[in-house]
Ligand binder design. Structure first.
Ligand SMILES: [Fe+2]
Ligand SMILES: [Fe+2]
Length: 169
């Protein structure tokens, strides 16, 4: 079916973007975790998990349309270690995904594939939420600077020492 072919192509492009986001956020999670930045580490991990669930929903639709899932990242992981740059890239990625999915939802509608259209629209809702979360953290960082990062590290030290004290009791 011609309709299905175009949708499969778009769905696979989305899979590529989602896999890239998933890899990039896992990478950021590892570095934030290593630096004791628990809040950011947790945010990147949670978002990576959500992107994985997006891959799953896209893959299910591709299989329904009798397509093949091209599980390839569309971009290489960028080896960024500065929190400010991590958040800037994350925002660009979410903005890019939200824009692409809006366009692709319209393309699917034009091809009379309303289910793929709805899938893309529902992903836009998530990507805009992700964007907003990263934007809030970027604003916090801009407003409070290094103390925003230092506070996260101090929180971890307190949690760890409390856990040690409990273990000793
Ligand atoms: Fe996503
Ligand atoms: Fe996202």
């Amino acid at each position: 079916m011609k309709t299905g072919k175009k949708s499969i192509e778009l769905l696979n492009k989305a899979v590529g973007d989602e896999v890239s986001a998933l890899h990039q956020y896992m990478y950021f999670h590892f570095y934030c975790d290593d630096q004791g930045l628990d809040l950011l580490a947790g945010l990147f991990k949670q978002t990576a998990i959500e992107e994985m669930l997006h891959v799953e929903r896209l893959a299910e639709r591709i299989l329904f349309l009798k397509g093949e899932i091209e599980l390839k990242a569309s971009a290489e992981v960028q080896k960024i270690h500065q929190v400010k740059e991590m958040l800037a890239l994350a925002r660009r990625m979410e903005e890019g995904s939200a824009h692409a999915y809006n366009v692709w939802a319209n393309e699917c509608a034009a091809n009379a594939d309303s289910v793929s259209k709805q899938l893309f629209e529902s992903l836009v809702v998530d990507e805009e939420r992700h964007y907003d979360q990263y934007d809030t953290e970027a604003e916090n960082l801009a407003q409070y600077g290094e103390s925003y990062l230092a506070l996260q590290s101090i929180e971890r030290s307190k949690t760890r020492s409390a856990a040690r004290a409990q273990g000793a009791a």
